[in-house]
Design a protein around this ligand. Structure first.
Ligand code: ATP
Ligand code: MG
Length: 423
């Protein structure tokens, strides 16, 4: 019996992987412009890290983690998201003591969540994210948002919607929390069991419930924006002002929440509103988390970041029918005819590659016609034909496939000929 790929995972094959590489490259380029540096953390961490950072009342911790015990009896978890590990590393490596502050980091890698697989929802998926630690200035919130927007826009996406909200500071949050409890408590039995357990611990998460989202109490729930104190309002106003000044359009949605206590001030999501994009439209989620570093054992340090998955980004590209400008052609295909020419083709193709060009030859003892077909399939710019006859005369026949120009080139000038013509 053959063995299949695990549910909720996918192979990314040649032909598709080039899109991934293009996107990853673009993300790196943009991070460089914004001065964010890459950090690589392990694929698994102590389970405790996620309990503390992601939080016990979240879907991730309650239902989605791949947790296992290693042979030493430790509880480890495949990372379900990236922020926790970045903050753990920030604290462990005392990055708060570095001269350059704020600390601006990005990561990209596989995440694991035991979810019900569907379009845009996998059990292994790739997240790209950034974290800026050590600044409490609204201009960095705007920088982080604009970095995400620039990535999407640079890939050609146009049907994007940025939604922002403010969760205020902790005193705004606790006033709001009380109002939420008073609002939901009298009819909490009409809600799902998750919401029931959230009521006392973390009522804001009720607003994020996917099962009860149409309940009439949801629409009438007290808005956090009415509970913002003066300082929080000023912060949010600055964020909106800067976004406007750099020309990033946004909508404010007071129902956009992040359920954890350490989240505060700015929260945002970027969605695709392309027609034909499935039910899940959120491409990117982020926000400010001024309490998290302390929660992980570091000094009181503000932070903000976002995470987005490449899978959903690619789905958005498909929905907008965008083809990335992937260069797949090769520079030169070497066709060899005759035994001596075949022998010679080994060192010739090697030299072409050493000169920095992409080159291919035949390895299957194909007839000439089939070799030309292979060159065609690879969209070779040049097809170089070497027969025993040419070899005797120390020449090679080079055809430029786009212009149709064909020339006989002395063998010892073949590489220079290709290199010069490429420029
Ligand atoms: P959702 O509400 O869709 O479950 P989430 O709140 O769990 O999203 P985050 O933890 O904020 O998502 O992750 C940030 C981003 O990662 C999401 O906006 C989405 O693009 C992507 N993402 C999350 N879970 C998955 C998944 N299972 N498969 C693919 N992408 C995912
Ligand atoms: Mg989720």
């Amino acid at each position: 019996m053959s063995i299949n790929i695990p549910r909720g995972t996918q192979d990314i094959l040649p032909g598709a992987v080039e899109n991934w590489q293009y996107i990853e490259e673009k993300a790196r380029e943009i991070c460089k412009k914004y001065n964010y540096h890459e950090i690589r953390t392990p694929i698994f961490e102590h389970t405790e890290l996620f309990l503390r950072s992601v939080g016990e009342t979240t879907d991730i911790v309650q239902k989605e983690m791949y947790t296992f015990e290693d042979r030493g009896g430790r509880s480890l978890t495949l990372r379900p998201e990236g922020t926790a590990a970045v903050v753990r590393s920030y604290v462990e490596n005392k990055m708060f003591g570095n001269a350059a502050q704020p600390t601006k980091l990005f990561y990209s890698g596989q995440m694991f969540r035991y979810e019900r697989p569907q379009a845009g929802r996998y059990r292994q998926f790739v997240q790209f994210g950034v974290e800026a630690l050590g600044s409490n200035d609204p201009s960095i919130d705007v920088e982080v948002i604009s970095l995400a927007m620039e990535l999407y826009q640079s890939l050609g996406l146009r049907k994007l919607k940025l939604v922002i909200n403010s969760l205020g500071d902790s005193s705004s949050r606790s006033a709001h929390k009380e109002a939420l409890i008073n609002h939901f408590a009298p009819r909490i039995e009409e809600f799902c069991s998750d919401c029931n357990s959230r009521l006392e611990k973390n009522p804001m998460r009720i607003l994020d419930c996917k099962k009860d989202r149409d309940h009439e109490l949801m629409k009438k729930a007290p808005s956090i924006l009415e509970f913002l104190n003066e300082e929080s309002k000023i912060y949010f106003d600055k964020v909106k002002q800067y976004l406007t000044e750099i020309g990033v359009e946004f909508e404010v949605d007071s129902s956009l929440v992040r359920g954890l206590d350490y989240y505060n001030h700015t929260a945002f999501e970027i969605m695709s509103n392309a027609e034909g994009f499935g039910a899940i439209t959120t491409l990117c989620g982020g926000g400010r988390y001024n309490g998290l570093v302390e929660e992980i054992g570091g000094p009181n340090t503000p932070g903000i970041g976002f995470a987005l998955s490449i899978e959903r980004l690619i789905a958005a590209l498909e929905a907008e029918q965008i083809n990335l400008p992937i260069k797949s052609e090769i520079d030169c295909y070497l066709v060899a005819l005759g035994d001596n020419a075949k022998d010679k083709s080994v060192s010739l193709v090697h030299s072409v590659r050493k000169a920095g060009l992409t080159a291919e030859k035949d390895y299957l003892d194909k007839k000439v016609k089939a070799q030309f077909k292979a060159a065609d399939r690879l969209q070779a710019t040049y097809v170089a034909v070497l027969g025993d006859n040419e070899l005797d005369r120390q020449v090679i026949n080079v055809k430029n496939m786009s212009t149709g120009v064909q020339e006989e080139v002395p063998l010892d000038q073949f590489i220079t000929y290709l290199v010069n013509n490429k420029q």
